[in-house]
Design a protein around this ligand. Structure first.
Ligand code: ATP
Ligand code: MG
Length: 313
């Protein structure tokens, strides 16, 4: 499912002293099959944007009237489509949309509530299925979801989610979202609060889900390394607008602007720039593995003596 947003605006608490313009004319297209990143400093509108994608935040019913720039340009039309779902249309089946677009919130483990892992994961399935499912169907779907997130179903199913480790809880929470087999999976800061190994494991899991389970994966992150290591393309949000949408390696050509927006560029981008200053030109795609390969290839192509001479010249 292709996601198309055009001229999206959103204001919290309009016409009150707490009015906050969270999205100001966001236009963004995410292609089916992408592993897409959304990055931006705190308060830039990332969560507000992704909550639109499964209808958690609805477009204002009187779009035309509420749009701030209507007077200036009446030809500007707000569009929000996820595949065939038109989110600007009040008649859209939002329940079906939520089944197709899974949303994993930040720290999803805080939302576990049921007495057992099985019940917790089954909840999402029962909630979003239009037809009544048999116990066998539910069991099979829950087992598959728990197993794909890397947990042993027979060992886990009767446990209380509260007995599990932090990493296991997060996996159960993700299972509870993917159990409906959504085509699009959106995760808000999926690696937040995890140690480096935990982060790595969660990202590996998301790639596995992207290969085997959900056509499109969208992650929100503060972490440029995470975005550059994992995403096909990324959108940079700043003050409620989209500043860039680029593959990570092209994004880092704007390192200065990114830094000015309060974003850190990946370590590999800094290293490439330090090497450039020393006369060593390597073009890396900014993943750590690629950086390492390119440095090794450079070293092999330029024997030490030559490098030393080059350095002196
Ligand atoms: N429920 C809310 N009520 C009022 N204002 C809100 C609400 N949620 C967000 N905002 C405001 O809207 C703006 C965008 O917030 P949003 O949460 O979308 O940003 P974000 O990029 O996800 O930030 P973070 O990185 O901190 O999660 C901010 O100014 C924020 O304070
Ligand atoms: Mg957020």
């Amino acid at each position: 499912m292709r996601i198309v947003a055009e001229h999206l605006f959103y204001t919290y608490n309009p016409k009150s002293p707490f009015e906050t313009a969270a999205l100001r004319d966001v236009s963004l297209t995410i292609e089916e099959g992408e592993f897409f990143g959304i990055i931006g400093h705190t308060g830039s509108g990332k969560s507000t944007f992704v909550q639109h994608l499964n209808g958690l935040i609805r477009l204002p019913s009187s779009l035309k009237r509420s749009r701030p720039n209507r007077k200036k340009d009446s030809s500007v039309k707000t569009v929000l489509k996820v595949g065939d779902f038109d989110l600007a249309d009040k008649k859209t089946d939002f329940r079906a949309l939520r089944k197709s677009v899974g949303m994993v919130f930040q720290y999803p483990e805080y939302q576990l509530f049921a007495e057992t892992v099985r019940e917790d994961v089954a909840f999402g399935l029962k909630n979003f299925s239009s037809e009544k499912l048999s116990e066998e169907q539910i069991d099979a779907a829950v087992r598959a979801a728990v197993e794909v997130v890397g947990l042993d179903y027979d060992e886990m199913k009767d446990k209380s989610p509260f007995e599990l480790s932090g990493g296991q809880k997060r996996r159960v929470a993700i299972a509870g979202v993917i159990v409906t087999r959504p085509e699009v999976l959106v995760l808000d800061e999926p690696a937040a609060g995890l140690d480096p190994l935990g982060k790595q494991e969660i990202m590996q899991l998301l790639h596995k889900l992207h290969r085997e389970w959900c056509r499109t994966v969208i992650i929100v992150s503060h972490d440029m390394d995470e975005i550059s290591e994992n995403c096909t393309r990324a959108a940079v949000f700043s003050e409620g607008t989209v500043r860039y949408v680029l593959p990570p390696r092209e994004l880092f050509c704007h390192a200065q602007e990114l830094t000015a927006m309060g974003l850190d560029v990946p370590l590999t981008a800094k290293l490439v720039s330090l090497l450039h200053e020393r006369g060593i030109d390597i073009e890396c795609d900014f993943t750590a593995a690629d950086f390492c390969e390119k440095v090794l290839a450079y070293a092999a192509a330029h024997p030490k003596k030559e490098r030393d001479e080059g350095g002196e010249a």
